[in-house]
Design a protein around this ligand. Structure first.
Ligand code: 6PG
Length: 469
């Protein structure tokens, strides 16, 4: 007994893949799943070099793991996490560690930390990104919790994480729910970039009649440029996929009503609580919501049929260049928004985040991995206190060089009646952020007019109220 280095609860595809990844790196890993078939599937998938064992008994499982025990839960967020914890608790001892590897809502993690701390058990919330393949061959991992307890986990996590230039895409991020929070914002950025890619696709396809072949070629080429990133790469692959049944491009057969599990919404909701402006992510959440109103949209499209601009030709290399630069500009603005939200959250919740490390572990393994993350890492290396990426000189140059392109892109979309709310939010954010003076003086005046809410002046100290009539 007590011969296994690590335990995983939940042997669905993610759990099994991560477990086998650990076993590839010569760690002995035990798995627990109440479903006998899943438990058996693990042992079938493992080969003779793997030291793995699965069981359906929580008591046996806990007994197999070396002390202090390190046990990761890979079960759906919400109630299943609490149930898994409660099934293990009777057998755990002080100093043992539970890691929640799902997309849990960060306040739930804070609650669990507190509850388990009272029993001497360390609880970690850890975002894991990279999907099924990532779990099997190298995810990006975002752990938060007790710093000392992390040392028990470090060698295993560093071995299995994705590597960029030999550096593992995992770092202890901070206390409390820091890991879940960082993963939540990762997902918000993921929503933003996916929406913006779909806007580029829409303007070119619907607005200019660019063929699917050409679109696929563009995304494939762009992935060899400054835009190099997982999401641009898979867009090229997705656009190329032919449906076996019909022989048509599969993407054209897929319903346009998007689903969401909630992490993007939580990012926007919490950003509003923190007064962290993240308009690109907000627009992405809104567009998934709007996509659901299919019947109303169909009706409205008939209602406003006269406004439909027939898809035209006229796409040329200069349009493709503008689209490419607009996307890069907007991607940077999206990361800037998400990362500045992390700065504010770190202060508010005392996470102690280091954004250079966040940028570092997002360079590989995760869904938002992109070549430009290395530029962001360097920006935070130059200035660890940087409140916003847009204030870094090098990043600023990338934006200034492309601002005309994004203006052209947005103007073209507006003229065509193609919605580009996320890309235009990126531009609007940039233009607002670089404005020394915004028109909010007028908002303050109006508030004072109708509600006597008072205002501050630029020419003298104090709080003022005016009788405006
Ligand atoms: C990842 C993904 C992963 C999941 C998203 C999907 O980093 O590997 O973000 O966590 O695919 O949560 O989210 P939606 O279902 O909300 O699009």
């Amino acid at each position: 007994m007590e011969q296994y280095d690590f335990g995983i609860v939940g042997l669905g595809v993610m759990g099994r893949n991560l477990l086998l990844n650990m076993a590839d790196h010569h760690f002995a890993v035990a798995g627990l799943d109440l479903d006998e078939q899943k438990a058996q599937a693990l042992e079938k998938e493992a080969d003779e070099t793997h030291k793995v064992k699965s069981t359906t008994s929580a008591e046996e499982f806990v007994g197999l793991i070396k002390k202090p025990r390190a046990i990761m839960l890979l079960v759906p967020a919400g109630k299943p996490v609490d149930s898994a914890i409660h099934s293990l608790l009777p057998f755990l001892e002080k100093g043992d560690i539970i890691i929640d590897g799902g997309n849990s809502y960060f306040p739930d993690t804070n609650r669990r930390i507190e509850e388990l701390d009272a029993q001497g058990i360390h609880f970690f919330g850890m975002g894991i990104s990279g999907g099924e393949k990532g779990a099997r061959f190298g995810p990006s991992m975002m752990p938060g919790g007790n710093k000392d307890a992390y040392e028990r986990l470090r060698p295993i996590f560093e071995a299995v994480a994705a590597k960029v230039n030999g550096e593992p895409c995992v770092e202890y991020l901070g206390s409390g729910s820091a890991g879940n929070y960082v993963k939540m914002v990762h997902n918000g950025i993921e929503y933003g970039i996916m929406q913006m890619i779909s806007e580029v696709y829409d303007l070119l396809k619907r607005g200019f009649g660019v063929s699917d072949e050409k679109l696929q070629q563009l995304f494939t080429e762009w992935n060899q440029s400054e835009l190099q990133s997982f999401l641009v790469e898979i867009t090229g692959i997705v656009l190329n996929k032919i449906d076996d049944e019909t022989g048509e491009r599969l993407v054209n057969l897929i319903s346009d009503q998007a689903k969401a599990k909630g992490t993007g919404k939580w990012t926007s909701q919490n950003a509003m609580d923190l007064q962290a402006p993240i308009p690109v992510i907000d627009a992405a959440v809104v567009m998934r919501d709007l996509s659901k109103y299919k019947e109303e949209r169909v009706e409205a499209s008939k209602h406003y049929a006269s406004l439909n601009t027939p898809s035209a030709s006229g796409a040329d290399d200069s349009l493709f260049e503008a689209a490419k630069h607009a996307l890069f500009f907007a991607m940077i603005a999206t990361y800037a928004q998400g990362l500045s939200q992390l700065t504010l959250a770190s202060k508010e919740y005392n996470y102690g985040l280091n954004l250079e490390q966040v940028a570092k572990i997002w360079r590989g393994g995760c869904i938002i991995r992109a070549a430009v993350l290395e530029d962001f890492r360097k920006a935070f290396e130059r200035n660890a206190e940087l409140p916003n990426l847009l204030l870094d000189e090098e990043i600023g140059k990338l934006m200034t060089d492309r601002v005309q392109s994004i203006r052209t892109f947005v103007k073209t979309a507006i003229d065509k009646g193609i919605p580009v709310p996320a890309i235009s939010a990126a531009l609007g954010y940039f233009d607002a952020y670089r404005s020394e003076r915004l028109p909010t003086n007028l908002v303050q005046s109006q508030r004072d007019y109708f509600g006597a809410h008072t205002y501050e002046r630029t020419d003298k100290q104090g709080t003022f109220h005016t009788n405006w009539d």
